[in-house]
Design a binder for this molecule. Structure first.
Ligand SMILES: C[S@@+](CC[C@H](N)C(=O)[O-])C[C@H]1O[C@@H](n2cnc3c(N)ncnc32)[C@H](O)[C@@H]1O
Length: 302
């Protein structure tokens, strides 16, 4: 109880600082044409209600490249502005909030704008929301809440889906991009696939055929590792993971010369399917690898 009230106090202080900042002072309070008029700073379960300024909403959707192919979920959706703005771009989605008046207001606004087919709002705890339908997840929460929802989104969202957070970070998970508009900051992440573990494959290079084993370590979207083949030494450079796309360059002995093979592929469960191109000379040839051990969660749910 003591810990909870301390957290609530921190939440109040941090958001009050934002409310009083010049950036927020310029933002109009939502129009009062409905029976219910929300008040900036009013308490919510885990965090108070403060709306994301319109310029930051647009920046969030721009960074996530939201189109009509997307499904957007906003956690703690307030007056619904983020999902409504996404629906104006043709996307579908929903917002969850525990304040039923805000949820009602959002649904009324969706109806008024003719967007209720594409944007829905429901009274629901964000920590009990299934995030798997989201190709884009948006938050304007305090850092400790972003960090709390992090394992949930990493487990449930598909690799390659995007996360955008207004103002606050996600702790140890470094953003893939950060952008600003009018002094307002938005962080952007791509959900990585689980790439860790031991992978094996056979590759027919020019004049040789070899079996390879690669051990990959992973911290969110960052990977590194080592590789070996039965008949030569090998090392890995330029390992990259973006969503479900993995790429790296493997260097090894080939007679008295060195062969460099650039691999790129997509991770799907315990398989990688892609291409390999040796010494940048030959046409790419098909590459398939199989994970034989070591798959874990990117981050365990606490
Ligand atoms: C800072 S406001 C952000 C509103 C909106 N996402 C925006 O950017 O304009 C945070 C919202 O989270 C809601 N909230 C707090 N705890 C929640 C929880 N556990 N589940 C769902 N919503 C919650 C609050 O009622 C508030 O509307």
């Amino acid at each position: 109880m003591q810990a909870l009230s301390c957290r609530a106090l921190i939440a109040w202080v941090l958001l009050a600082m934002w409310v009083l900042s010049p950036a927020h002072a310029q933002q109009p309070v939502p129009a009062a044409e409905y029976a219910y008029e929300p008040v900036i700073g009013m308490p919510g379960k885990d965090v108070v209600w403060v709306p994301t300024p319109p310029a930051a909403v647009e920046l969030m959707l721009d960074m996530a490249k939201v189109t009509s192919r997307d499904f957007v979920i906003d956690l703690g959706s307030g007056d619904g502005r983020i999902v409504l703005a996404a629906a104006r771009r043709g996307a579908r989605g929903f917002g969850v909030d525990l304040n039923k008046d805000l949820v009602e207001l959002s649904n009324e606004e969706a109806l008024r704008l003719g967007l209720s087919e594409r944007a829905q709002f429901r009274v629901q705890d964000m920590f009990r929301t299934d995030l798997s339908p989201a190709s884009v997840l948006t938050t304007y929460l305090l850092p400790h809440l972003n960090v709390r929802v992090r394992p949930q989104l990493l487990r449930q969202m598909k690799p390659g889906s995007r996360v955008v957070a207004y103002s606050f970070h996600m702790g140890e998970w470094q953003p893939d991009a950060v952008a600003q508009v009018n002094g307002l900051t938005v962080h952007y992440w791509v959900v990585p696939a689980a790439a860790m573990g031991t992978w094996r494959w056979q590759y027919d290079g020019v004049g040789f055929s070899r079996d390879y084993e690669m051990n990959v370590r992973q911290r969110f979207q960052f990977i590194n590792g080592s590789a070996s083949s039965k008949s030569s030494f090998a090392y890995l450079r330029d390992m990259k993971l973006e969503g479900d796309r993995i790429s790296f360059t493997l260097t090894e002995e080939a007679g008295s010369a060195l062969a460099q093979t650039h691999y790129e592929g997509r991770i799907d469960g315990d398989a990688i399917t892609g291409t390999a191109r040796i010494n940048n000379r030959t046409e790419p040839t098909p590459w398939r690898a199989r994970r034989v051990a070591g798959r874990t969660e990117i981050e365990a749910v606490k």
